[in-house]
Every structure is written in structure tokens, then in C-alpha cells.
Design a protein around this ligand. Structure first.
Ligand code: KIV
Ligand code: ZN
Length: 498
């Protein structure tokens, strides 16, 4: 069996389904180009029939990306397949990813159908997609909970119908690694014509087993893994690309290779986290802030004597360069541009000039500007199009006094002011804001990302605000944490006021 593992990245489809983490087309192109440089083989770029925005993103990514296969998702429905084929018109290498639920639960409750009918629909969809493209991937949704004998019949039938790749999703993240590995092995051993297609893993992390299940699938014969950067995805997320790639790279006993340039992993991880406003947990494997930080005395002693005592990966292998240039107020345009390029952000001309001015303002407030700060600055222009902007904010708070805030908003050019008290400075400021924006809004989540580099650091605020039964996500970063909180709240409001 071939030892090449194809990396299928679904950050822009399954990963992007996370509420509040949606990207616009320009941001998606930025991520797609970074994935191309990373060496991803297949980029799943959207579900075109789901919205005009998704359709347009698939079109634009198809134009922007050169060598990876561009894939579009569909249901086993002719209309979906027609729309996907149209969206993929400009792709140099294209794939339609069609499928249907195969577990008894999906067949009965989702489709009110039976196994034979579902099998026929699967075959029809694959044949229909093959009229448009040579590369058709079939997914058996909820394969993790599908009876193996029936699954093997479906897989055999879709391969006969022309599927080139067959995806075995553990949609609910339920499988144990032994069970998932055995499922792939069963298919390899019981499906006639299995050599004509590639089996793919697609694991969700609901029980924290997505990486283990993907590895079990690969070790038992799957040769494509469906993954996302930082493991982003609905609920507990999908299998993280960086984990699978670095497992395969560090375990020399496993003879499986990917095409990933691992030195690009860290910059792509930061870019996706920043664009999606989704912080990477500090102890996240491979790309978390603490992934290479040895703090216990025993570990530090060992690492000083010989790095291999406690470190299984050289951080440089994932692009984490301990000697990375730290920018200061004395750094010039060229240094800024070089650092942005290292982070996967190409900027020049007026845009770079404008960012440089923002950079100088921040460098005046804090001495050293790190990569996280740069990513925040590079993303801050998204707030320029806001309908509602923060004009001014004044807060008085302290020990033994009642916090008071006065706020000024610019709403489409018109100025509004209000003042209020609260049980703390943020509460006072938000109460004042609510006097101007009088809609029923409930703050559902409020996270201030750790400030680890000194009291002058930028604080990052993530918020979720509910309005009319829907939850909206907002983000801001500022050296003033109260201002960052109010700006994040305003970021949420701008989303439902649009
Ligand atoms: O998890 C899943 O089953 C999916 C399919 C649509 C491929 O994302
Ligand atoms: Zn999925």
C-alpha cells in the first residue's frame, strides 16, 4: 500500500461552521493561499448551495489557488451538485464532495427512509457528480455509528458508481480508536474494488478522541485525513492538522508521509486564530503558547543538559523561531513588512503605511510588539466598516467609590452620549452603552485573554451577546482592558445591526 497520506483541510468548511467565527471572502482567500503554501493537498472551500457568500468564496478561492485540489461540499441532491460544479468552474483541480447519512438513526429520523433507498440515493449522487468532475468524494455521514456490513455495501456501490475517495466520518465523535481503526480495516478487507479509491478519515472531537481516531484510521489503511487548523470546528472541533502531521513526522517507526511544510504550521495557526477570533488554548498540542514551555525545575534542568530529555519536537520544525525579531518603535517599514510576511500576511503601499502608523501608536504604549499584536493590528481594519463606532469612553473606578462611565457613540455619522453606573468599570460602561442602543441584549460570554507579558500588554476580549434568540460574537484588543471590553460589545452589536 502507498505510504503517502493526503491532507484534506476543511478549516474553510467544517471549521468555519463555528458560530461567530465566519470569515469573509477576502479572509478565506488569505487562509486558502496560506494552506497552499503549507502544502495541503485538498482544500474544502465551502458548501456552495448553502449561501451566496459560500458560493462566491468557492469561486474566488478556485481562482486564487494554483495546485491543490479545490473541493466543494454537497448533499446527495442534484441541485446542490449543479451549484457546486458551477462554483468550481475556475478551479484548476476540482472535487465534488457529496454524501448522505448512513447510520440507522440518520436513515430513520433524518430521512424517514430505509437502507436500500439510501444506498440508491448515494449511487445516484455519485454518478450525477461524475458528469461534472472526474474526482468525486463520497461521505457516509455518521459512518462512525453505521453498521459495518451495511457501510461496506454502500462503499462498494459508490466506488462502482465512480467515487475516487470515500470519506468515513465519525460525525458525532463517538468512536473509540480501536473501533474506528477496525472499521477502516473491515472496509479494506471486505469491499470489492477498494483499491480503486482512497479511504478518508473525518473525525470529530466530542470525546477528545479525534486525533487518536484519525491515527487509528491511517494505521489501518486510510490514506487521506480530513483536518482543520488548530482543530477548529463545530462543538469540540475536528482533528487538528498540526497534530496528525507532527505525529507522522516524529514517529519514525510509522512509514507514512504528508506533503506538509511543517515550518509553516505556526504562522498558519496564528493567522487562522486571529482571523477567526478564536484563541488557541495555552496547552494545545503543538501550537499552544505553553506547548514548548518547560517550567518545572526538573524539566528545565534536563532540557539544559540535553534538549531531547523532555522535548520530542524542535520548535523550529513548526516555525516557532526563538530568535524571531521583536519589533519596537524604532523598527522601520521593512522590518514590519518582513514580520508580516513571516506570518503569512502580504501587505504593501498605502495599506502598509496605515498599518505602520497603528503599529507606532501601539509601540508607544508597549515597548515590544510581538506576533500576536501584529495579527490583531492587521485585523483591526475590519472595524473601519462598522456602522456603530466608539467615539469616547471615560470611566471612573477604584476602591471605595462607585464606578461611573460616560460613553460617546458615532452611529452612521450621528453622535450620541450617555452615562451610567455599574458594579465595576466594564458593567458601568456597558450600562451606558445600553442607554443609547435600547435593544434586548444579553451578554452570554466574556473572556479576557491572559495578559502574560507585563502590565503594558494588549488585552484581548472575546464576547458573545444574544439578541432576538441569536448569539453574536465580538472581539477587540486594546492596552486598556475596559475599552477593549466595550469595543468587543460594539463589535457584536454591529453584527446584528447590519
Ligand atoms: O462530520 C461530518 O459528517 C461531515 C460531513 C458533511 C463530511 O462534516
Ligand atoms: Zn464534520
Amino acid at each position: 500500500m502507498d505510504n503517502r497520506v493526503y491532507t484534506f483541510d476543511t478549516t474553510l468548511r467544517d471549521g468555519e461552521q463555528v458560530p461567530g467565527c465566519q470569515l469573509n471572502t477576502v479572509e478565506k482567500i488569505q487562509v486558502a493561499k496560506a494552506l497552499e503554501e503549507l502544502g495541503v493537498d485538498i482544500i474544502e472551500s465551502g458548501f456552495p448551495v448553502s449561501s451566496p457568500g459560500d458560493f462566491n468564496s468557492v469561486v474566488e478561492i478556485s481562482k486564487a489557488v494554483t495546485w491543490p485540489v479545490i473541493c466543494a461540499l454537497t448533499r446527495a441532491v442534484e441541485k446542490d451538485i449543479d451549484v457546486a460544479a458551477e462554483a468550481l468552474k475556475y478551479a484548476k483541480h476540482k472535487r465534488i464532495h457529496t454524501g448522505i447519512g448512513t447510520s440507522d438513526s440518520h436513515i430513520r429520523y433524518k430521512f424517514n427512509s430505509n437502507r436500500e433507498e439510501i444506498l440508491e440515493r448515494a449511487v445516484r449522487a455519485v454518478k450525477y457528480a461524475r458528469k461534472y468532475v472526474d474526482d468525486v468524494e463520497f461521505y457516509a455521514e455518521d459512518a462512525g455509528r453505521t453498521d459495518n456490513e451495511y457501510l461496506a455495501r454502500v462503499v462498494e456501490a459508490v466506488i462502482k458508481a465512480g467515487a475516487t475517495v470515500v470519506n468515513i466520518p465519525d460525525t458525532t465523535g463517538y468512536c473509540l480508536p480501536e473501533e474506528y481503526g477496525a472499521k477502516i480495516k473491515y472496509l479494506c478487507e471486505h469491499v470489492d474494488g477498494i483499491d480503486k479509491a482512497i479511504l478518508s478519515t473525518h473525525c470529530h472531537n466530542d470525546l477528545g478522541m479525534a486525533t487518536a481516531n484519525t491515527m487509528a484510521g491511517l494505521l489501518n489503511g486510510a490514506r487521506q485525513c480530513e483536518v482543520t487548523i488548530n482543530g477548529v470546528g463545530e462543538r469540540a472541533g475536528n482533528t487538528a492538522l498540526e497534530e496528525i502531521v507532527m505525529i507522522l513526522k516524529s514517529h519514525h517507526d510509522i512509514d507514512l508521509q504528508t506533503n506538509i511544510n511543517t515550518r509553516k504550521i505556526y504562522p498558519v495557526s496564528r493567522m487562522v486564530s486571529s482571523l477567526m477570533n478564536m484563541p488557541v488554548q495555552a496547552n494545545k498540542a503543538i501550537v499552544g503558547r505553553n506547548a514548548f514551555a518547560h517550567s518545572s525545575g526538573i524539566h528545565q534542568d534536563g532540557v539544559i543538559k540535553n534538549i531531547s530529555t523532555y522535548e520530542i519536537i524542535d520548535p523550529k520544525e513548526i516555525g516557532l523561531d526563538g530568535n524571531a525579531i521583536v519589533l519596537t518603535a524604532r523598527s522601520g517599514h521593512a522590518a514590519l513588512r518582513t514580520r508580516l510576511e513571516a506570518l503569512g500576511i502580504a501587505m504593501s503601499g498605502e495599506k502598509l503605511d496605515a498599518l505602520y502608523q497603528e503599529f507606532l501608536k501601539l509601540a508607544d504604549k508597549k515597548k515590544e510588539i510581538n506576533d500576536d499584536d501584529l495579527l490583531v493590528l492587521a485585523g483591526s481594519e475590519r472595524a473601519d466598516n462598522h456602522h456603530i463606532k466608539l467615539d469616547f469612553l471615560q470611566v471612573t473606578s477604584g476602591v471605595g467609590i462607585h464606578p461611573v462611565a460616560s460613553i460617546g457613540l458615532d452611529i452612521a455619522g450621528e453622535k450620541f452620549e450617555a452615562a451610567a453606573t455599574g458594579n465595576g468599570p466594564v458593567d458601568a460602561a456597558i450600562n451606558a452603552l445600553k442607554k443609547i442602543i435600547s435593544r434586548a441584549m444579553v451578554l452570554k460570554e466574556f473572556t479576557i485573554q491572559n495578559i502574560t507579558k507585563g502590565s503594558n500588554d494588549v488585552g484581548k476580549v472575546h464576547m458573545q451577546v444574544e439578541c432576538d434568540g441569536r448569539v453574536y460574537y465580538g472581539f477587540s484588543a486594546n492596552t486598556d482592558i475596559v475599552a477593549a471590553s466595550v469595543e468587543a460589545y460594539i463589535d457584536c452589536i454591529n453584527k446584528f445591526q447590519n
